[in-house]
Design a protein around this ligand. Structure first.
Ligand SMILES: Cc1cc2nc3c(=O)[nH]c(=O)nc-3n(C[C@H](O)[C@H](O)[C@H](O)COP(=O)(O)O)c2cc1C
Length: 228
């Protein structure tokens, strides 16, 4: 399977120093603690979270007829510094899927402080940035692996915008994320709330610095999904 290269905006890795700075702003209790434990364990192990447990999304009585769905799989990923993209690339090696990068029309800056600031401003205002491209043939997809970093405890606004751009009825969503201490931070439930009548399978969230050394845990998780 083709490997997806990092774009320019993802070329700069989020440094530990920058994360410590972020921890001071986001909340030392969550991020700082996790960073320290990650340091102590040499990066930590991949963890999967069951909060995104399997659920069905039967259409309520009286709603429109069942949506037409294809049987294809899509991997859609937003990634700024490459960790979540790394996860997506491994999933892409395992799944027979199409690959889509969620990108904003105006790229996030390469500078981490500027990105942190822009993300915060966008979230505070609930501003959805314009996206660079749309998925072709959305209706062909039945299953969507949706990947993102945790930004300020939440879905990045670009991912929220991506979700809001499509009809998810009947789709099966499989979330995956990377983070520096907040794990999924409730985002699978947020996705479910934004995607009525969809189903969700258990996702995986990995601490950013540990992604590169934890890619095999993605294989284990993927096998556990037992996708047809
Ligand atoms: C703007 C911004 C906000 C972040 N907020 C959080 C957060 O609230 N909790 C957390 O655990 N990590 C947070 N992080 C760290 C990222 O989630 C983490 O480094 C992730 O692995 C980055 O993924 P990426 O390389 O795919 O962009 C934040 C990073 C950025 C740039």
């Amino acid at each position: 399977m083709e490997r997806i290269a990092l774009g320019s905006q993802a070329s700069q890795l989020l440094t530990r120093r920058a994360m410590l700075k972020l921890a001071g702003t986001v909340g030392a209790a969550v991020m700082g603690g996790a960073l320290l434990s990650a340091c102590a364990s040499g990066g930590g192990e991949a963890v999967s979270y069951s909060e995104a447990s399997a659920s069905t999304g039967d259409a309520p009585e009286g709603t429109a007829s069942a949506p037409q769905l294809g049987d294809k799989t899509l991997i859609a990923v937003f990634s700024w510094s490459g960790n979540t993209l790394n996860m997506a690339n491994r999933i892409n090696e395992l799944a027979d899927a199409d690959f889509f990068r969620i990108e904003t029309a105006e790229p996030y800056p390469d500078d981490v402080d500027a990105t942190i600031e822009r993300a915060r401003t966008e979230q505070d205002a609930d501003f959805i940035p314009e996206l660079a491209a749309r998925v072709d043939n959305w209706d062909d997809y039945h299953t969507v692996f949706l990947g993102y970093p945790i930004w300020w405890y939440e879905l990045p606004q670009a991912v929220k915008g991506f979700i809001q751009s499509y009809d998810w009825a009947g789709k099966t969503i499989i979330p995956f994320s990377s983070h520096e201490g907040s794990s999924f931070s409730g985002t699978p439930a947020d996705i479910q709330a934004l995607c009525p009548n969809s189903s969700m399978l258990q996702g995986i969230s990995i601490q950013g610095e540990a992604v590169a050394s934890s890619l095999d845990s993605i294989n284990v998780w993927y096998d556990g999904l037992a996708l047809a």
